[in-house]
Design a protein around this ligand. Structure first.
Ligand SMILES: [Zn+2]
Length: 240
């Protein structure tokens, strides 16, 4: 009789705990939904598009607080054909970005837009050199607005690409406009937009991060192109 009673209490305890955890996680996702102003349908769409575990890991890594280690390097790098780089410079990118990048360059060409890659993968040490150069030339406060500290650059992932020029003039404006309208169709996302720029960096219409078509669609369709908002959301969402 006694054992039966104990068993009964154990079962009740487990049922109670299960529902507590369950309702807690429901409340948590409701909070996140409100915070980011997204609907239940959006969540379903995000879940459907985020099937790729590799992509989840990659997005989790880009949470704005985690520093990439000095030894972090993409598994496999591939060289962008020199005809597609500015001044035929040697540029390496993560091999997973390659196909979409070439597709995009060709699609742009069909519309008379001549995309040229100026920067791709940068090692931790190279970023360190760039950062130091900027600090020496100006000062640290100025430098951190224009260039990421070593370990915090999207370029270290091998998935960030800079296009054409770091100068916004009439000729480049047309190119940047094309990218803004079309890059998401090839899995790229603008990292530091003019409006909705909650990052600590200035507007960089040349800098795109390859997140894959599934994710660039989410950023474009649900987050209005706001990559940072999406990354903050996804890190909270994946962590729950
Ligand atoms: Zn860049």
């Amino acid at each position: 009789m006694k054992t039966k009673k104990i068993f009964f209490y154990i079962v009740v305890f487990f049922i109670f705990t299960y529902f507590r955890i369950y309702s807690f996680s429901l409340a948590e996702s409701a909070n996140i939904k409100n915070k980011y102003n997204i609907t239940k349908e959006d969540i379903l769409y995000i879940d459907k598009n985020l099937k790729n575990i590799d992509n989840r890991k990659f997005l989790k890594m880009l949470n704005f607080n985690t520093k990439l280690s000095e030894s972090y390097k993409p598994k496999m790098l591939k060289q962008v054909p020199e005809k597609y780089t500015k001044d035929e410079k040697k540029v390496l990118i993560d091999y997973k970005v390659y196909e979409d990048l070439i597709k995009m360059i060709k699609a742009a060409k069909n519309e008379d837009i001549n995309l040229k890659v100026i920067s791709g993968y940068r090692s931790y040490l190279y970023q360190k050199k760039l950062y130091k150069k900027m600090c020496d030339k100006y000062d640290a406060n100025y430098a951190k607005k224009y260039i990421a500290k070593p370990g915090y650059s999207q370029h270290q992932t091998g998935k960030a690409v800079d296009f054409n020029s770091l100068i916004i003039d009439q000729k480049n404006k047309k190119i940047f406009q094309w990218l803004k309208e079309n890059a998401y169709k090839f899995g790229f996302s603008l990292s530091y937009p003019k409006d909705k720029n909650e990052t600590s960096y200035q507007y960089e219409p040349w800098h795109y991060l390859h997140v894959g078509k599934d994710v660039s669609d989410i950023i474009h369709n649900i987050f209005g192109g706001n990559q940072k908002k999406f990354l903050l959301f996804i890190n909270e969402y994946i962590n729950q």
